[in-house]
Write a protein that binds this ligand. Sequence first.
Ligand SMILES: [Zn+2]
Length: 354
Amino acid sequence: MYKCILYSTLLALSASSATCAANTYNAEKDFDLEKVKAKYTDVNYVYTSIPERGYNYYKVADNAYYIHNEFDSMVFFITDVGVVVYDARPELTPSVLDLIPRLTDKKITHVIYSHHHRDHAEGMHLYLKSDLLAKDAKIISQKETEEFLQIAHEDLPAERAALRPMPNVVWDDDYVLETGGLRLEFKNYRRNWHSHDDSVVYAPKQNILFAIDTFHAKSAPWIHFGEATDPMMTWKLPQILLNDYPQAEFIITGHEKIVATHADLEEYRDLIKDMQDIMHDVMKSEAFHATMKEAHRRYKDGSEWWNYREGIDLAAEMAAQKFIERWAARVRNASLNAEENFKMMFMQFAILNP
Ligand SMILES: [Zn+2]
């Protein structure tokens, strides 16, 4: 913003009619949801290059900014009284701290941990060192995140642990943050899907849902479904979120240049359902059982070890083939993790869970 003012002053002096539109930091003044959707939810935006400054940003609602580099993304809000930042990404935080003073003179009043993983938490120390942080700023985390940060402080060398400072506000079941006209509703599902006691946050006025590390828009799943700690819950989650947040316009997942939409979450739910159907079909198929019979004949010593291994590999291979046929034209990365993810699904369905 200050660049814009500076340019305007200089331009007024030279009586030029040019505007500050050339300023690369000039955020669109009037928020146009359909325009944002057309440009920034289109898969082609994934393949555009990042400006030299190392990041780009766009509005996802009035006073809500989506900032991203090649693969990390996060959102912050400019409220009536300050700035609220969700997620403390080490790679992106320097860019966030570069951008905020270009948009507002307000201080950062709240920084919120999404979970304790290093790639989402080790940027927090940068906020505490920054002049942009308000003196009485709140560093917020969910209770189990705090517990894991505490373990990090006990187990890691001090300089490493210091990258993830302890919070000064800790919530547990549900929590609402109201500040400067912004309302954020925190929810703990008391289940694991990616980390521990994973939580989501909803901004009802902006219709923005934060569900970090849950899925990738217009893409097949990350390996092991985003390092799922409880795959059965991970696969149920898309429908749970669609039920609980039917108004959500955008879903912030923490990675990707494009912002995920409600329709992307529906597509991901359908994709998971299709993976499950494919896996069940393969497990029931004659081809699978005929090949497994052969495997039983082949191995004598330690046969159960080998049979189990062959079963996993065979089912995953057969399922991946079907999945790629059906989804390669619809999403990115259809073949990349398909076998690995179907191995996980086979073990869950055949052995570990009903
Ligand atoms: Zn994570």
